[in-house]
Design a binder for this molecule. Structure first.
Ligand code: HEM
Length: 505
């Protein structure tokens, strides 16, 4: 028996020991490699950027969110780390090692290498609420196809015909809710009225995208559902009654029900017309008809149409409304800029023969100074501070290696608030946009293959809204120093109340 045990042991030692040793060696090498990624800064060719990974899993998430909520991400989180470690540094956010990159070169590198070296990376809650099938989750050929469906009606040529309609929608809302010189208005002292500017801008940009591009009624109830969903997009993924994510999921289900109906009705209409008049009858001018046209041709599915409509509504109204609000805030703080801007709009108005005549694309093109003011406001207060990418292979950048699977965070602050790109960067100075800005320096609308597809619509919306407000009303901020907070996107903490009175001439 003892001999047998001896024999078995000897056999095991000969047969298995080499394999065991190999496994241990491989494990040690693997762990060393991992540890080097995480902690090494000792001069071999695979150095990760410097920085701190903080506590296990949590990393520096708490510091990051605290700064974000106060709308001080740059001042309290990014700038101190740039000073300590340089423009490219590591941190750990929500369990993920993350490299924060800053500067035009970094923007160019990561934004233009979308799909090649990095892919956009959103939290799971955002993906579930915006929809797995929206453009933000698509890569390669499918991404290209969806952009080619959306882009034609969101470019200048596609939007030209919409200018009068956008004017009508905004004008009707203002006259009904803000009053006009011909309307009897309810006022607090016979003349003035207090209006929540941010909420108005939000509802109006929602109304413009629904009624002008998606051929659907912008009901208050639907708008409120979008508000509920927004509250859950960066919330912890806890789907139990009472949590933000749970409420957001329920609101998303309601939105989906409405949109499925809209899409099916549109499909039925388009198919009936096609049968009656042939393929040429397809009216592809609206965003909805282009999406449903692609559905009929079998290029995309119904779920893809619905998810993209949800994403477009979000992408359009939460961003544009903040840009509008910040433009007014900056104008209130810079009366000299306001006089110049007002002159531009009075000139445009003076060219109109009839009081109620709508603007044209040509008028909008003439609002050059206003667009400088809006761009400068967005430079200082970007509606989207940046976004996350995920490395799909090991990446060499700035003398460092970013390991495959790590996240990369680019931010607009990295260039917008840097002396290297904008002289006296914290000063509000619209004239900086008189000259062209170098590529990847002004990145409020992103860059590369994922550059904002709604840029022209946002511009049109902001300019028309500003025109109608400044030519119809006298206005002033009720709380000039109202703080801006973030949850999850930036907004004025009190909804930016403004005092208005209709202009008499
Ligand atoms: C002031 C207003 C706006 C700002 C500041 C803004 C900003 C941005 C930014 C920074 C990105 C790139 C995100 C990334 O790289 O991860 C983006 C993408 C996008 N935006 Fe906008 N946006 C605005 C208005 C709009 C409007 C009005 C629409 C729609 C009509 C829109 C639709 C989109 C879409 C669909 C994408 C994703 C594009 C893709 O993945 O290919 N945005 N936007």
């Amino acid at each position: 028996m003892a001999n047998f045990i001896n024999l078995a042991f000897t056999f095991l030692m000969h047969a298995l020991l080499p394999s065991l040793i190999s496994i241990i060696v491989l494990l040690v090498l693997h762990c060393r490699k991992k540890l080097r990624w995480l902690y090494n800064d000792d001069g071999d060719d695979e150095i990760v950027p410097p920085g701190e990974l903080g506590l296990p899993w949590i990393g520096e998430t708490i510091e990051f969110y605290k700064a974000l909520q106060k709308n001080r991400l740059f001042e309290d989180f990014i700038a101190p780390r740039i000073q300590k470690h340089g423009k490219t540094f590591k941190t750990k956010l929500m369990g993920c090692p993350t490299i924060v990159v800053n500067g035009a070169e970094a923007n160019r590198f990561f934004l233009s290498n979308e799909f090649k070296l990095v892919v956009s990376s959103w939290p799971s809650s955002s993906v579930q609420l915006m929809g797995k099938n929206s453009i933000m989750e698509k890569t390669g050929e499918k991404h290209r196809l969806i952009r080619s469906i959306l882009a034609p009606c969101l470019g200048n040529a596609g939007l030209e015909a919409l200018v009068p309609k956008v004017c009508e929608v905004i004008k009707a809302h203002l006259l009904k809710n803000w009053g006009g010189n011909n309307n009897s208005i309810i006022t607090n002292n016979g003349k003035e009225k207090i209006i929540p500017m941010y909420k108005t801008a939000k509802f109006l940009t929602f109304k413009v995208i629904c009624e002008c591009l998606l051929e659907m009624e912008a009901k208050e109830e639907l708008f409120e559902c979008f508000e509920r969903v927004l509250e859950g997009v960066f919330a912890p993924l806890v789907n139990v009654p009472g949590t933000s994510f749970w409420r957001a999921k329920r609101a998303r289900a309601k939105i989906e029900k409405v949109l499925v109906n809209v899409v099916r009705n549109k499909r039925k209409n388009m198919e009936e017309k096609q049968q009656e008049f042939g393929d040429e009858s397809e009216n592809l001018s609206s965003l909805l008809s282009r999406l449903v046209g692609a559905l009929i041709r079998g290029e995309i599915t119904e779920v893809e149409v619905v998810d993209n409509v949800v994403l477009l509504i979000f992408a359009a109204h939460d961003t544009t409304s903040f840009a509008v609000a910040m433009t007014f805030k900056m104008l209130a703080h810079n009366p000299h800029c306001y006089s110049l801007l007002l002159q531009e709009h009075n000139d445009i108005k003076a060219n109109k023969t009839k009081e109620a005549e709508n603007l044209t694309m040509e008028d909008v093109m003439r609002m050059k100074y206003t667009w400088q003011v809006a761009r400068e406001s967005i430079r200082l207060c970007p509606p989207i501070f940046g976004s996350f990418r995920r490395a799909i292979s090991d990446i060499k950048f700035d003398g460092f290696t970013i390991p495959k699977g790590w996240k990369v965070l680019w931010t607009a602050y990295g260039t917008h608030l840097s002396e290297e790109y904008f002289r006296d960067p914290m000063r509000f100075d619209p004239s900086r946009f008189e000259e062209p800005i170098s590529p990847y320096v002004y990145v409020a609308f992103g860059g590369g293959p994922r550059v904002c597809v709604g840029y022209q619509l946002a511009k049109l919306n902001i300019l028309i809204f500003v025109h109608l407000v400044v030519t119809y009303y006298n206005w002033s901020l009720v709380q000039p120093n109202e703080p801006i907070v973030m949850d999850p996107l930036p907004f004025p903490s009190q909804g930016m109340p403004i005092k208005i009175s209709p202009k008499t001439c």
